[in-house]
Design a binder for this molecule. Sequence first.
Ligand code: ADP
Length: 842
Amino acid sequence: CLKNPRMYFVYFTAAPLCLLVFSETCRYPLGMTGGQIQDEDISASSQWSESTAARFGRLDFDTGDGDGAWCPDIMSEPGGFKEYLQVDLRSLHFITLVGTQGRHADGMGNEFAQRYRIKYSRDGGSWMGWHDRMGNQVVEGNKNTYDVVLKDLEPPIVARFVRFMPVTDPSSIVCMRVELYGCEWLDGLVSYSIPDGHQMIYRGLDVFFNDSVYDGATAQRLTKGLGQLTDGAWGLDDFLHSHVPGAWPGYDYVGWSNKTFPKGYVEVVFDFDHIRNFTSMKVHCSNMFSRGVRLFRQATCFFRSESEWEPDPMTFRPSAEPLSQSGRFVTVPLGDRTASSIKCRFHFGDQWLLFSEVAFQSGKTIRALPFTTREDPTHKVDDSNTKILIGCLVAIIAILLTVIVIILWRQVWQKMLEKASRRWLDDELTARLAAQTQAFSFLRSSQSSEDGSGSGSISTYERIYPACADYQEPSRLIRKLPEFAECSGTSSRAGVGSDGAPHYAEADIISLQESSDSGSITAVNMNLFAGSDLTLREFPKEKLTFKEKLGEGQFGEVHLCEAEDMQDFLGEDTSTEGSSESPLLVAVKMLREDANKNARNDFLKEIRIMSRLRDPNIVRLLAVCVDTDPLCMITEYMENGDLNQFLCSLRLKTLTGGEADQQEGSDEVRYSVKLLGMAVQVVSGMKYLSSLNFVHRDLATRNCLVGKNDTIKIADFGMSRNLYRGDYFRIQGRAVLPIRWMSWESILLGKFTMASDVWAFGVTLWEILTLCKEQPYSQLSDEQVIENTGEFFRNQGKQVYLPKPQCCPDRIYVNLMLSCWRRNAKERPSFQEIHAQLTETR
Ligand code: ADP
């Protein structure tokens, strides 16, 4: 077939008509990308997390609710690496090609398998390791996260189950997406059994006729396997040469010498998947009679459907002795006999018998000859089969058209669904709280009078983060890490999506690494985000009186307002606020009026999240004004602003001999007790969030607020909300992340879990105990912070930790702070444990 490209097998099936061109064209994707392979047929030895489960290991499948690939949990088996991704094709297939890809995840992925092995099985019980014709088992895989690397399987495999086994150093993370290419194995042949091939010495040259790719048992006879006789390639005329470069003489053929067969024949047994009706068998033989090799003289075939061989065999003798020495297919008629096994005795026509391929025509399936077959008595395909050919082509075209229509139809539907869900998000809250109120006139006037920013801004997101040093754009930085920057030459690929911003899967927020009960996680988060029982009520805007501007967030300004009759409005909840002032002072966060739809949805989402959080250490949302623009959320007022500023001012007081200095006792002890008291409050709030399986993602002193009596409450659920939306970091197409607070796996894998919140808490604790004197890792540039993250990942002892703050007790630093930054997320303490430890220490 390689010598003459027009030579190829053709399968014909009677009904439905279908044409499969063998070997070179049997390269159809089998359905990992296209979805024909169902999720339940893709499994794995382990998974890093639910969002990197086996079902996400589909080639070119980057979207969906996962993290963009299958990634095994390498931590589960630190010693050896035997992880695999398994595909069940449901029936035997002839697999000629495989494709692999790493985890790209719109630029956030950094993992791929540089090398892998393949294992396969026909029955799911016995597994064979694939190797190429030279015996190499390891396949060179990917060099980056996005390019598809295709590997021709030479020899191809016949299998139902295929396993991809990444070969890697145990400390590095790999992720894979795969596809299999080939076509259904219609022969139904599951194994053949032959005597081991012989060695010929031809003019001093060693010629080996062994079955070098046989995948069954190889004792005296080769049994229970398939090999060269079914590999889809047949031998050249001159058996000394081969189509495989570098192969030894005789490679293409399996052959035997008559000297060791006193009965004058070689017996070959073929086993099939089930009982079939056999029309004929085609055997490709060498006919180099000048070297003592000839076609078989006679073939006698026995049939077996049950346990015994039937007594009446079919006997066939090729009609005329061919004059040409070319290799050829000989067709042995099998008389429509039914069998699940066939045993054929091939009688020697000369000293040697050499076969390179065997194929069967059975039942509905007919595997016909190559078009250019010569001297084949049964080859009368042309006339009789022209109509069938035309029928086949028409059928294929009809199928293709149907597939195209289905794909187009699905795309249209997806778009419609997307639009509908956006509209739903936007309208939902407003609809629930629909009650007409009057315009919030003072807001307009105060907005324009304060700084005129409201009407002049062009984007909700543009104005805040680029100015804030705590948030960094990670994508360019990540590219500088060699392991994660294979694609640095193609800079637009790594770290960012096609639009330049990293995308986090929506499912991320509910993929919670720490929990053992995934069912309950989903339930809790569904409650958090489903918005089914929103208890907040619309507060009349006219009852708010502007006092001063407190600050500015990503959505707009935050104002201090007096809220008239708020106590009455809140009813029995008034007392819990610990204030009987009237009117009540509240903080009003407003969405700037020119906010786009995304910002508006995000604002509503933050409302929905906050409305369900009720804890002494979480800032409470009191009411909302969402009936008219601008949308507002009314939260309790925290007199002392954010914790970062508060600690800075504390430092200032200390330095200038303020009240702190006038207290008794050593500064250090006094401070550490006071500061640890603050940390306990933060951890108490986080403990509450973790009890809801809620991942904050942006814990830092800047996001905690300080109220009366140094009460500390966690605020700013923007990050979690926006990550939930999937596009939080989109700021003029760029990304920002608080990299100095983020765990290594959040930066490198885009993974946010309770354990990464614990990491951020470690940094927050460090901030508290240093009185926010400096930014974490202030000596390191952003690039160096990312490089340091790589060191955490590599774990070779080169990572730099934040130093022990001066007033931090040793045990807090060693037992707690450092434990928050453990490489293995599972080894980090829970917020419950941290809370217990900190309260004990105090
Ligand atoms: P965003 O979440 O949009 O970034 P923030 O919630 O961080 O906005 O608010 C911006 C600033 O407004 C904060 O840094 C803080 O100084 C002030 N602020 C916000 N909420 C309150 C509040 N409840 N009490 C007092 N000050 C607040």
